[in-house]
Every structure is written in C-alpha cells, then in structure tokens.
Design a protein around this ligand. Sequence first.
Ligand SMILES: [Zn+2]
Length: 225
Amino acid sequence: MSVPGGVKPSFLRDRGNDVINPKLDDDEFELAINQAQQQFDLHHPDIVVGSSRGGALAMNLELGGVPRVLLCPAWKKWGRIKTVPSNALVLHSRADEIIPFEDSEELIRRSGLSNDNLIEVGRDHRLADSDSLATMWWACQLLQSGEVLPQGDEPSGHVAGAHEEANYICDSCGEEIIVPLDMSEGALQRYVEDCPVCCNPNVIHVRVDDDGIVTLWSEPEQDHE
Ligand SMILES: [Zn+2]
C-alpha cells in the first residue's frame, strides 16, 4: 500500500536498477494481483520485491522461477499462497508491530526452508532504516547471482575449511580489517562489529557461494543508539 516512488524503490533506483513500481489497487487484492502480474509479464524483471501486503501479493504472482525478496510479508492476511520457493528471501524485524516476526518463521517452516531464507533486520514494520534498505539490496544482489539457497540445516561440507578469514575495509577509517570466518554460521551471515582501529560499528555481510568462494563487505551502522 506504499506509494510509487517511496523509499524502497528509490533506494534500489539510486543503485542503478531499473525499478518497475506500479500503482496497485489498495482495496481489491485480486485486482492488485492482476495489475502486478500484467506489469511482470510486460517487463520481465530479474527480481520481484514486495513489502507487507505487497509481499503477500508477490507470493501470489506467477513468476516462472524469478526470485522474490519479501519484506515482512502479510501472507496470513492476504492471498491463497501460503509457501515460498527456495529462491525467496524474507526480511523481517522481530520488533515488527504490525506483522509478527513469527509469521515469517512459520512461512519458512511451512515452505520446508532453512533459516538461511529468513533474515532478521530492522526495528519496525516499515524496514525503511538504512540497514534494512541495504539488506534488501544485498538480498536482491544475492538472488540475482542465481544462487539457490541450501535446503534444510545440513552443513554444506564443500564450504567448510575453504577459507578461515577474510577482510573488509572500514568505511570510517579506511583500514583493512581481518575477520575470522565461522562457516558453521551458514552461507549468509550478517553481524555488527566495532572496527578494532576506530571503534565505529560496521555491519558485516558474509556470503559463501556453492564453490566456497567468500564475499565479505561492510557498511557503517548508521542507526545505532
Ligand atoms: Zn575503522
């Protein structure tokens, strides 16, 4: 129910993406689905992002294998589809006051997916803070790379031991920081750590692909208390 041109589409557009951001019907869910499906069929986007009611709506589209990024999807309130495929990533705040975080946990469980598909981020329902927006963009990039997330909780043996540390450049002081990697934490990791040089907090993102190749990057945590 957000307006076209809101903070999330603008964030993606500012990063060089073509964003199709149609105005969808606020009242009739089925009509909104048809409107969105028409736009999808017309533009063939690489990825579909939906937030809240829009997340539920995205779940109900026929995407032919195109991945979805779902922000606190309101699947219990709207739509017939109550599962997501393995190439969907769900972002949700545990402090969400509109759609409970547990709804996304249930969605992941019903879909037979692992917790790698559910990313806890943000401080409220809007997910409009800088960390949430950056994580949305990260999820889009990850899924656009064609990665299918591992199923279940089995550790993927080919990854273990591939790398034991990696480095990032602190945005605040420009120093190269070496961090140990814990592969048992999964193929997608995200955590906050204070730069050991300048003490500014950085959000560290780690991604391990199927070949065991580690990608790690950081951004300053801007909304810390
Ligand atoms: Zn630093």
